[in-house]
Design a binder for this molecule. Sequence first.
Ligand code: FVH
Length: 318
Amino acid sequence: MTDNHTTKHPLTLLGLGDMGTALARTWLAAGHPLTVWNRTAAKAGALAADGATVAADPAGAVAANGLVVLCLLDDASIDDVLKDVDLTGRDLVNLTTGTPAEGRARAAWAAERGARFVDGGIMATPTMIGVPEAGGYVFYSGSRALFDTHRAALEVPAGARFVGEDPGHAALHDVALLSAMYGMFAGISHAYALIEGEDIAPNDLAPLLSEWLGAMGFFVGNAGERLTSRDLTTGVVSNLAMQVAASGTLLRTAGEQGVSAELIAPYLDLMRRRLDADPAAHGGEDTVGAIALLRSGVRTPQGASSHSFLPCGRTKRP
Ligand code: FVH
């Protein structure tokens, strides 16, 4: 502990799971006076030894400081912890993973209780917390005034990126990035399954996969540009008609290797449906056009809704 606690930013943390504990350690190491509470009290023991004040209950923890950070399992657990607690005048920062709708509802809930609110989406694992070179950060959205007031404390565990005053947008950014990550995990899993039982070592495929995924990373920016310009055809180098034809090879190879295509088939199917909707219109696109079918939520070539932000050709509802 440092001698200059009074110049530091006192705060309360509710939730001492793996992530909450990692957060707590960074605030304590930086000399911020920290009050903690956890449903299972034993998890607070090591932090108490490092200087944290352990509150007896959530009400006591919330009363201790103006800034109250939540790092609980899910949105429902927030109700369990805070349903009977006076939040008047508190600044709530919710680092519990949730949906955009949960973030917006939680902001309204906090306002009804006289609290300012910011929602957060943590883009880091516990081991990346307090390790700036690991590159972890947190998306924040909601009250800009709250964020500006507490920014210095919030930047202690990891970088802070404010993404707007819509309290749903931190979760939306979080889930968008996580969804892309799981898509990548799915492709990698399929690739390793394909070589299993062959004379190809996973450790030999690994650098090839990394290199290839890095090279294909251009698709992120390419898709962003096309979604913005709505130009799906200029400069396309691997057109949809060719990619759909080639996708049969991927599916046959999965069959030959005895591997389920369940992880890659949905995306290949989406490409095919986009092409089938209007081969002349969509054959010269790349795969960005398939996003229009996702927005429709309808699994037919005619199913894209009028809400789509992409030109859909004949994919709009008749
Ligand atoms: N760990 C990770 O890699 C990810 C990284 C990205 C962000 N997530 C989210 O962070 C939230 C907390 O995650 P965590 O890793 O700390 O999760 P756990 O170790 O499982 O700890 C959960 C804490 O929540 C408490 N809790 C659960 N249910 C209740 C309840 N009904 N009432 C009160 N507290 C509850 C639990 O208490 P206890 O089991 O120790 O008594 C823990 O403190 C989460 O949203 C991740 O999605 C982590």
